[in-house]
Design a protein around this ligand. Sequence first.
Ligand code: 5GP
Ligand code: MN
Length: 336
Amino acid sequence: MEEITLLKTLLESPKKIVITSHRNPDGDAVGSSLALAGWLRLKGHQCDILLPSEFPDFLSWMTGADEVFVHDLDAKSCIEKVENAEIIFCLDFNALERIDRLGEEVKKTSVTKVMIDHHLNPSDFAQINYCDTTASSTCELIFRLIDQEFGEREMINQVIGESILTGILTDTGSFKYATSSRLLRIVADLLDLGIDDSKLQDLIFNAQSVKHLRLLGHCLKNRMEVFPEYKTGIIYLSKKDYEEFEIQRGDTEGIVNFMLKVKDITMAVFVTEQPTIVKLSMRSKRSFSVEEICKKYFKGGGHKNASGGYSYQSLNGTINKIKEILPEFKEKLLSA
Ligand code: 5GP
Ligand code: MN
């Protein structure tokens, strides 16, 4: 049976549903989860959203955000919900390792898993897959699922519409990346449904603290290294920086993008020293694939122009490793 037909059959009667998304959830992870939950509840299902770790403060205004279960804070409830679920939706990630311990619980269950995602190289743990790597965001896919696959656009109310537009705005950096005529038509449909785009832009992008701006200044002035011969820039933050600037979840969001503002930069790398790992966040322009580097050297992946990964080496060791691998990619970096 076609996978969407199977999903329609499954959703014909009320179900206990779990929705989960990736660690360090962003606007697309939280937005797609809240939008899907809102729609499924209107259809009579019981829905819980489980996230491995907390979402950043700049998303706390979202309706329903306070009902999300976080595994890091309440593992017991999360495990119970997974055990009792009849369907598990996996949004905005494509490998169970991306949800850590929650992934181990999901792997144990035999219920139907539905993956809705737009990342490259999906693994095959779900029975129903609604994936498109050309989609701007998982939120775009949620709109297409409700509107085009189920023909239920009229069920997209204020809260569902705002949640969908939030993920589209954050994953495209306000329509800078991964846009398409198809996406802009969806956004037009959302505006026609009465969703207030400028209110959302303000809530999402004008929510920084003075502390956050000072941290950005510190990164650009003291923690940025540029390698013009490789058209690459690196910004790094040490554990000491985290303490001195009292950096919290979400405070470093978007810093990596500033390096791409430099005219001749093809790749931007942001490296942060976390309690047990060193996290990498990479961005690129045009044809250059940071996904290739993250997959090959840093146990990660994502999209061609926005990927992430991690390393168990020290901060300096990780930065040196990046410098060591730059020659391998020199030709591609210069010709992209
Ligand atoms: P960010 O740099 O904003 O954390 O993530 C950029 C993109 O890379 C996102 O689509 C995210 O899902 C993906 N990504 C970030 N970290 C990892 C990782 O450790 N593993 C994988 N597979 N993808 C990642
Ligand atoms: Mn996404």
